[in-house]
Design a protein around this ligand. Structure first.
Ligand SMILES: [Zn+2]
Length: 352
């Protein structure tokens, strides 16, 4: 019997999230609190109105979507604020049934005040460590270079990521406005990260075409791809990415918002999954996308016809594609498999 999918079942499904931006996942209440503390006026005065304001439903482009980050970054310039925001994200993730989360951000955007780059990495690391002790999700950090900045800045950020490799940083990424900014310009940063045995992911094929994914895979050597929405347009590369088991960090709601796809139904996730590709569901930005990981699984079920069994498989892909050591992934996988068997048993046994 196929279990009836409902949000509580999907919330209880053990999940791993690999693509979540720290500066896109701040609680509205915290934005207001920090805004008062640092005398940064917020565009709305109460949490619910601010939540609505921050959710980007009408972005003209990826660049338009990214403009909302000025609001959050305005209050993310102290160690205390960064620690608190990271702490709360790991706590919120656990409530959403997320067992493991990789949180990404670009510390170069947190140094407008007094913070050094090192301090801007250490503060969120303290936050996620404290959260784990308080029942939050196990969390690790990915440091992002930015496409619209110079390659020197990306290289500096890759150095920073490597320096914190054994202290909670598990990967390097390239984010920011995609169109017109090829990842290969930032290849030295990827080379440095890879040569120091640090895993790499790269936003690609979200705000630009499949050639940008090609660039991320072949020139930058990305181990995973963020979004990869337009990868589907390149048949040969799609096959290569599938054959190499390169994980695709899929963000459905964010893609609808930025018009990377016109609707949930138009998203290539179903095609990727049916081809056996290594797909993982993510929120991208819990605040700007007004979503949770449970919501994203629900969208996959309701708009793309994913069954509970298929969603369980996607959840397991998340654990197996994480950037933590394989032994740790195996432990998380074993626990998730056991809990899924119980959940599926209670829900009709279809996913066992
Ligand atoms: Zn992203």
């Amino acid at each position: 019997m196929t279990p009836i999918i409902h949000s509580e079942l999907l919330r209880r499904l053990p999940k791993a999230e690999l693509h979540c931006h720290l500066d896109g996942s701040v609680r509205p209440e915290t934005l207001l609190e920090l805004g008062r503390e640092y005398r940064k006026p917020m565009p709305r005065d109460d949490a619910e109105s601010l939540r609505d304001y921050m959710r980007v439903d009408d972005a003209r482009s990826l660049e338009d979507y990214l403009a909302r980050f000025d609001v959050t970054l305005g209050v993310m310039q102290t160690a205390d604020a960064l620690e608190q925001i990271a702490y709360e994200l790991a706590i919120d993730a656990a409530r959403d049934g997320v067992r493991y989360i990789e949180v990404r951000y670009s510390p170069v955007l947190n140094t407008r005040g007094e913070l050094s780059l090192g301090a801007a990495v250490e503060a969120p690391l303290r936050g996620i460590e404290r959260a784990e002790r308080d029942g939050g999700a196990m969390a690790r950090v990915i440091i992002c270079g930015l496409r619209h900045m110079t390659p020197d800045v990306s290289l500096e950020l890759a150095h920073l990521a490597v320096a914190y490799k054994h202290r909670g940083v598990v990967g390097f990424d390239l984010a920011g406005g995609e169109l017109g900014n090829l990842a290969s310009v930032h290849a030295p940063a990827f080379v440095y990260a890879r040569e120091h045995d640090l895993a790499c992911t790269c936003h690609a094929g979200e705000g630009a075409d499949a050639s940008y994914v090609r660039d991320a895979v072949h020139v930058c050597g990305a181990n995973r791809i963020g979004h990869a929405t337009r990868l589907i347009d390149d048949e040969s590369l799609t096959q290569y990415v599938n054959d190499r088991r390169i994980a695709l960090e899929i963000c459905l709601t964010s893609n609808v918002q930025t018009h990377a796809v016109e609707s949930y139904q138009d998203h290539p996730l179903r095609q990727y999954y049916d081809r056996g590709m290594n797909v993982v569901l993510n929120t991208d930005n819990r605040l700007m996308s007004g979503t949770t990981l449970t919501d994203e699984y629900m969208h996959a079920a309701t708009t793309l016809g994913f069954t509970f069994k298929e969603l369980c498989e996607i959840a397991l892909n998340g654990f197996s594609s994480a950037f933590i050591p394989w032994e740790d992934r195996e432990r998380l996988l074993a626990r998730a498999r056991a809990d899924i068997a119980v959940l599926a048993g209670g829900a009709g046994g279809a996913a066992a």
